[in-house]
Design a protein around this ligand. Structure first.
Ligand code: HEM
Length: 408
């Protein structure tokens, strides 16, 4: 501990080398100080498992962070911001209890594992059809672009009730909303496009709600409407605001789970052989990927008031980065933490977060990733990585490949 501690030098989390392979650096940061004030990031970096859990349970740690996002908008784009930030303020992930509970309960039933299992057959068929079109055995291709990216998009569009004809605009708006929320938008023009895209997305989903009210179908919007809580527990405006979050949260995260799980298997022939020999282990592979190289690296919070964290005084208004990617490798919580273990027991990883904001889409994401990885492992005995050199999108929050070149 002391050796590492004395040698520790802080690095920028978006430094290309750290972003490409963050885990060695995050391990040394956690060993140095599981709660660390970073002047570089102007945030507390919390990397210890217990310390992250403590924050996720503490009402002094607030999820309300729309204001800082708004403050980042350049002056020239501010006039476009009001309605867009009104929408973001209705996202459950940015709300604290008790309001958060009121918003979330409207969707709870539709996301339960039993409810989402209705989409298994659709997912299996869509996977089969997409692989038949895009992944001829023996041919080379980019598994990220061919399969991992479009497949969850197809399932989520079907599940939300977005018709294939509207898919292109729907996913374009979504990508621009992601630029806003993930801090990719930089200049005025980019902010304008992102803010307007969020408004367009809400208008589109608002129209879908009107259509489904008159003529229900077999999709998420219709089943939430049938629950009778819209206009009662939450307003219609809150409902459409939350739907924009569903659209945003469902797509790329699940793509990354598929790609990162396949990467782990393709990099380790013994793991791949084990999963081939016992297909039920696909679920364990997805779960270990969520712990070791999951799509989400951290959750951001703000201190609502002064509080003590491991002997450090966190001040009201301070930013807190809950670095779940580091907590998930904490040796105090996970024996042999850097090892991909298909038989790990009782792994309460934080890949889907924890507590009030635990990912509501976890069952759906697990289902889609499990089906896609399972079919690829079963039906493509020659599947192999085409290059050891891989690129990662530069992002504080997401762990996302830029491509996954393979031989099918
Ligand atoms: C592998 C895929 C996914 C990962 C890794 C993931 C990860 C997460 C994480 C870490 C959180 C907690 C955020 C925080 O505490 O600040 C979260 C929340 C959330 N996720 Fe996911 N997610 C995934 C898929 C999905 C899907 C498919 C949906 C819906 C279609 C979804 C909807 C949500 C929503 C609505 C929240 C906010 C919940 C709340 O605030 O109560 N996610 N997700």
């Amino acid at each position: 501990m002391t050796l590492t501690a004395t040698r520790f030098t802080e690095r920028y989390l978006l430094d290309p080398a750290v972003n490409a392979d963050p885990y060695g650096y995050l391990n040394s940061l956690r060993e140095h100080a599981p709660v660390y004030w970073s002047a570089m990031h102007r945030a507390w970096l919390v990397t210890g498992y217990d310390q992250v859990m403590r924050c996720l349970r503490d009402p002094a740690v607030s999820a309300d962070r729309v204001r800082p996002l708004m403050d980042a908008v350049p002056q020239g784009a501010r006039e476009d911001a009001e309605r867009a930030f009104g929408i973001l303020s209705r996202w459950m992930v940015f709300n604290d209890p008790p309001n958060h509970r009121r918003l979330r309960q409207v969707f709870q039933e539709q996301f339960a594992a039993r409810a989402v299992s209705r989409y298994r057959t659709f997912t299996e068929r869509a996977t089969g059809a997409m692989l038949a079109r895009k992944a001829a055995p023996g041919r080379g291709g980019d598994l990220w672009t061919d399969i991992a990216k479009p497949l969850p998009a197809l399932v989520f569009a079907r599940w939300l009730g977005v018709s294939p004809a509207h898919g292109p605009s729907f996913w374009y708006w979504n990508a621009k909303v992601a630029d806003l929320v993930l801090g990719v938008a930089q200049d005025e023009a980019e902010y304008r496009t992102s803010l307007q895209s969020l408004v367009s997305l809400e208008d589109y989903l608002g129209n879908l709600v009107t259509e489904r009210t008159a003529d229900p179908k077999d999709d998420l919007i219709s089943s939430v409407l049938a629950g009778g809580r819209i206009g009662d527990t939450v307003t219609e405006q809150e409902f459409t605001g939350m739907l924009t979050q569903m659209a945003f949260a469902g797509g790329e995260t699940t793509s990354n789970l598929i790609a990162n799980t396949l990467l782990a298997l393709l990099r380790d022939p013994a793991l791949l052989a084990a999963v081939r020999a016992e297909p039920a282990l696909v679920e364990a592979a997805v779960e270990e990927t969520l712990r070791l190289d999951g799509p989400s690296k951290m959750s951001i919070r703000n201190a609502a008031r002064d509080f003590d964290l491991d002997g450090h005084t966190v001040r009201a208004g301070d930013r807190i980065f809950l670095v779940t990617a580091a907590a998930n490798r904490d040796p105090e919580r996970f024996p042999d933490p850097d090892r991909f273990d298909l038989h790990r027991e009782g792994s309460t990883h934080l890949g889907f977060g924890f507590g009030a904001h635990f990912c509501i889409g976890a069952a759906l994401a697990r289902l889609v990733a499990g089906v896609v990885v399972g079919v690829l492992v079963r039906d493509y005995p020659g599947l192999a990585l085409d290059t050891p050199a891989l690129g990662w999108q530069n992002s504080l929050l997401n762990r996302s490949l830029t491509a996954l070149p393979v031989r099918y």
